[in-house]
Write a protein that binds this ligand. Structure first.
Ligand code: NCD
Ligand code: ZN
Ligand code: ZN
Length: 386
């Protein structure tokens, strides 16, 4: 789950810088979100993006289509997308489906999987209108409270239950959401119809971090309480969480340095996810096999990606070579993303990516974190076995 900003916002990221960030983080395939400019909401814009990416990507990739109020007929039969992303609440860009009737149309008629940004626009608007106080970065979490995620999730799951529709929940961040999913499963919602994704920032950061990061901690859904953070780990432990995905959404330092109301939401993450998880292995929070499942096998299986997710004959040689014992410090100067910053700066981690292979080609070789080797083979688009 990445926002590589092509086309339309290449000042924040382009496919070369995004590819390098991914490779340095041991990531061999990304699925790109549709909130680009123009947005990926019709055949023409999808092909436009595809043609640009094909010439530049050093990693493998797939594309999400985006839902809009008026494009159901345009996208409902797409077979060459990972899923259709539905923004139930506003975030970066102007994709928004806040109309329940339109939402029901997508759930009942669209063939692709629906990937949901579950924050209710009505709830967000109401919360903002009631808010009295000063607009500082730390109120971001209060302006997008857990109940707004809960409300959106209930709405989409009610529809999905009615039409037996396959749903993917993007960036799940609260204990409340996991409870709602549990409740629906108990009411007979088929487990195979729902997959849940959690981000590294919701696993490793909480709303305590605004003090030091300010707008550099501003993201949608927002960072949550410490107990919500621990609930995400619980969800991984008990198997309710299907996968870990970055929601890599770069913005420029200059944009983040503006006052709260002007600063955009989104964090980088594609380069730091695997090191943070390796560190967690060293802290006995999960196993290497858990990472292989959460970052590779489960996403490939959930989205029916052909020949990926396993190391086996017949599968693509997309591999990360890691040193589980290497101690190092995450630094902004080592971030290959064009925006050049990470919310995890100055964290000490144990575990580093040494080499990354894509389709059997050596594409990243660690040298010193600044002058590393990058290969020049182009990646390819994933295919689906459905
Ligand atoms: C994303 C972005 O900047 O594109 N931002 C974010 O905070 N996650 C948009 C999104 O998917 O919400
Ligand atoms: Zn989102
Ligand atoms: Zn996103």
């Amino acid at each position: 789950h990445v926002h590589f900003r092509t086309p339309g916002a290449e000042q924040k990221e382009d496919w070369l810088t995004g590819s390098k960030a991914a490779l340095a983080g041991g990531v061999t395939t990304v699925f790109d979100m549709p909130n680009t400019n123009p947005p990926t909401i019709n055949r023409q814009n999808l092909e436009l993006k595809r043609n640009l990416v094909k010439e530049k990507s050093l990693i493998n990739y797939g594309f999400y289509a985006g839902a809009a109020l008026d494009n159901l007929n345009e996208v409902k039969n797409f077979e060459d997308v990972v899923a259709i992303k539905i923004y139930m609440g506003s975030s970066t860009g102007n994709l928004l489906v806040d109309d329940l009737a339109v939402l029901e149309g997508f759930v009942s008629e669209a063939k692709p999987i629906l990937a949901i940004h579950a924050e209710s626009e009505a709830c967000l608007e109401h919360t903002l209108s009631e808010f009295k106080g000063e607009f500082t970065p730390s109120i971001h979490s209060k302006l997008r409270p857990p109940r707004c995620a809960e409300e959106a999730l209930r709405n989409i799951l009610n529809l999905a239950l009615k039409y037996k529709k396959r749903i993917h929940i993007c960036h799940c961040s609260t204990e409340l959401e996991l409870k709602v999913v549990d409740e629906f499963l108990n009411r007979g919602f088929p487990k195979e119809l729902i997959t849940i994704e959690v981000t590294p920032h919701h696993l490793f950061l909480s709303d305590k971090i605004y003090e030091s990061l300010g707008n550099f901690a501003r993201v949608n859904p927002p960072l949550r309480s410490e107990s919500d953070r621990l609930a995400m780990w619980k969800g991984i432990e008990n198997g309710l969480v299907t996968m870990i995905a970055t929601d890599h959404a770069p913005h420029l330092k200059s944009e983040k340095e503006q006052e709260y109301l002007k600063a955009p939401s989104g964090l980088t993450g594609v380069q730091t996810m695997l090191p943070l998880l390796l560190n967690a292995v060293n802290e006995n929070k999960l196993s290497i096999l858990d990472i292989a499942n959460l970052n590779s096998f489960a996403p490939a299986k959930s989205f029916n990606v052909a020949s990926k997710g396993l190391i086996e004959v017949g599968y693509d040689a997309d591999l990360a070579v890691i040193d589980l014992d290497k101690l190092w410090t995450i630094k902004n100067e080592n971030i290959y993303s064009k925006c050049g910053w990470t919310p995890f700066a100055n964290m000490n981690v144990k575990g580093r990516v040494e080499k990354t292979l894509v389709n059997g080609n050596l594409m990243f070789d660690y040298i010193d974190g600044i002058n590393d080797y990058f290969g020049d083979h182009l990646g390819s688009e994933v295919t689906f076995s459905r």
